[in-house]
Design a protein around this ligand. Structure first.
Ligand code: FAD
Ligand code: NAP
Length: 433
């Protein structure tokens, strides 16, 4: 009321009644959708689920359950199903997803618009909410995705190809408006183009793939995707963990600034099934990339982060390292112990050494199993002695996380040692198949 140019009296003319006509008489041209969308936090018509054995109707106030009841129901049945709505202006159609969850990030939403299909999958805890429609009208290639965290709202703004009014959003396609455990949702693949392929070591390469224009996908830290190729008539899929293009700003690819590119560090096994085919791909060739999978969530307020990696088991550590050093103000120490056969096998050695030099919180130690005689560092396999010396907390009660990844026997042995060293389950995250 204080700020309305027409003053309080003018506003009071519509108080308690439908003010649409009055509004239209005075300022029909105002784009009220964009002003109001910030305020819309959900639909009052959505009712919480009432537990089957809950008969005391009179305790239900204004259609809402008493608070404790709602919490109990949620805890047993997982998150409340999201809902969606849409609205339009002359040039835009905005799809709004009301998730009722406050910790959503931009990487919780995956959008794919290809041919006649528009898909928006939202990951909420271990569940997947899908919007899947054939849009009633054509839209332009680029769209924007916004997450309004404090109210758990997602807005996908699509640009109309023609400025006509849409009577409906479109026709529902398979599993539209479904909310199912993520494991039951199946993985969706989109075709990505190979943009570059660079040698990193004698057998490991950095692959850069470009997402198609109608896709919004960011792989969360610590999660992997599946790559799919057809090899002698059979579709083969293998999991790979996206990395950032480098650990340091000066190694970053200058031309590739946005989220349309996904990078992978992949070791080529000459006798392997999948990687030699991947290695044969030419720039411009297509590879199918799945939606992300994995359960890793980096705990907040960490003080000590220890990373134990063997060979390409280094890949999940890349984004964890980047994330922790940039975003965690509580962090005192990050240490990577990196196991390889020889010096030539060490991925991004100079970047790691430079990072350790530049950032006093970070240390790296290389451990080799089959070094040359010139190697001055540690020559061994993972062992209790090695780990007990390496895993020193910065203080007795410091909040610690240990991440471990490598060949399965390496990881299993590492976990056994960590338990013997009295680290709790919550303090260990292993990356396994
Ligand atoms: P495979 O055919 O699986 O063969 C691998 C090696 O084993 C070859 O040397 C082959 O000769 C040998 N071999 C195969 N079968 C036998 C057998 N029966 N007996 C003896 N030897 C055998 N890898 C990466 O490089 N980068 C990543 O980011 C990455 N992320 C991953 C994420 C996850 C979650 C998992 C589980 C794995 C990840 N991997 C990663 C490994 C990747 O998925 C593949 O396993 C790897 O690329 C090998 O694939 P391939 O088909 O080429 O080789
Ligand atoms: P590698 O070069 O064969 O081995 C790396 C180091 O680990 C070497 O020093 C090796 O010693 C040691 N090592 C191997 N097996 C061991 C064991 N049983 N006990 C102790 N040390 C052992 O590794 P790689 O070919 O890069 O393979 C990496 C593995 O990581 C693959 O199996 C891949 O699937 C896995 N990975 C998993 C994920 C995930 O998220 N789950 C992500 C990326 C990679 P030796 O010289 O004695 O062999």
């Amino acid at each position: 009321m204080e700020y309305h140019p027409g003053g309080e009296d003018e506003l009071m003319r519509a108080a308690g009644s439908d003010g649409t006509d009055l509004f239209d008489q005075v300022h029909r041209w105002v784009n009220y959708e964009s002003m109001l969308k910030e305020c819309l936090i959900g639909r009052m018509a959505v009712k919480p689920t009432v537990p089957k054995d809950y008969h005391e109707e009179k305790k239900i106030l204004n259609g809402m359950l008493p608070k404790s009841q709602v919490t109990d129901t949620l805890a047993k049945e997982g998150p409340i199903s999201p809902s969606y709505d849409w609205f339009q202006t002359a040039s835009l159609v905005t799809i709004v997803i009301y998730t009722k969850q406050k910790d959503l990030k931009l990487d919780s939403v995956i959008v794919d618009h290809q041919y006649d299909s528009f898909r928006a999958e939202t990951i909420i805890k271990d569940y997947s909410y899908l919007i899947h429609i054939e849009l009633s009208h054509e839209i332009q290639e680029d769209f924007s995705v916004r997450v309004i965290q404090n109210v758990g709202k997602i807005e996908i703004a699509l640009k109309k190809k023609e400025n006509t009014s849409w009577e409906c959003l479109g026709r529902p396609l398979e599993n539209h408006n479904s909310f199912v455990p993520k494991k039951d949702a199946g993985l969706y693949y989109r075709k990505c183009q190979l943009i570059s392929k660079e040698d990193v070591t004698h057998d490991t390469k950095l692959f850069c793939l470009m997402l198609p224009p109608g896709t919004h996908l960011q792989v969360p830290t610590g999660q992997h995707v599946y790559l799919k190729l057809t090899i002698t008539g059979t579709e083969i899929v293998k999991p790979y963990t996206p990395v950032s293009d480098s650990l340091l700003p000066e190694f970053k690819e200058p031309g590739f600034p946005d989220n349309r590119y996904i990078y992978f560090l992949i070791k080529i096994y000459p006798a392997g099934l999948f990687t030699p085919e991947l290695d044969q791909l030419q720039i411009g060739d297509l590879v199918s990339v799945s939606s992300p999978e994995g359960s890793f969530k980096i705990p907040q307020e960490l003080e000590d982060l220890f990373l134990l990696a063997a060979g390409t088991g280094f890949t999940p550590m890349v984004k964890i390292l980047n994330y922790a050093l940039i975003n965690m103000s509580s962090l005192r120490k990050v240490k990577l112990m990196f196991f390889n056969k020889t010096e030539d096998d060490i991925i991004w050695r100079s970047q790691l050494e430079k990072l350790a030099f530049n950032d006093k919180r970070f240390d790296v130690e290389f451990v080799l199993s089959a070094p040359t005689s010139e190697w001055k560092g540690k020559k061994e396999h993972i062992s209790p002695g090695l780990l007990s010396e390496f895993l020193k907390r910065s203080s007795d009660k410091s909040r610690v996380l240990i991440c471990i990844c490598g060949p399965t026997p390496f990881t299993e042995q590492g976990i056994r040692i960590l338990h013997d060293l009295n680290f709790s389950k919550d303090e260990i995250h292993s990356f396994t198949a």
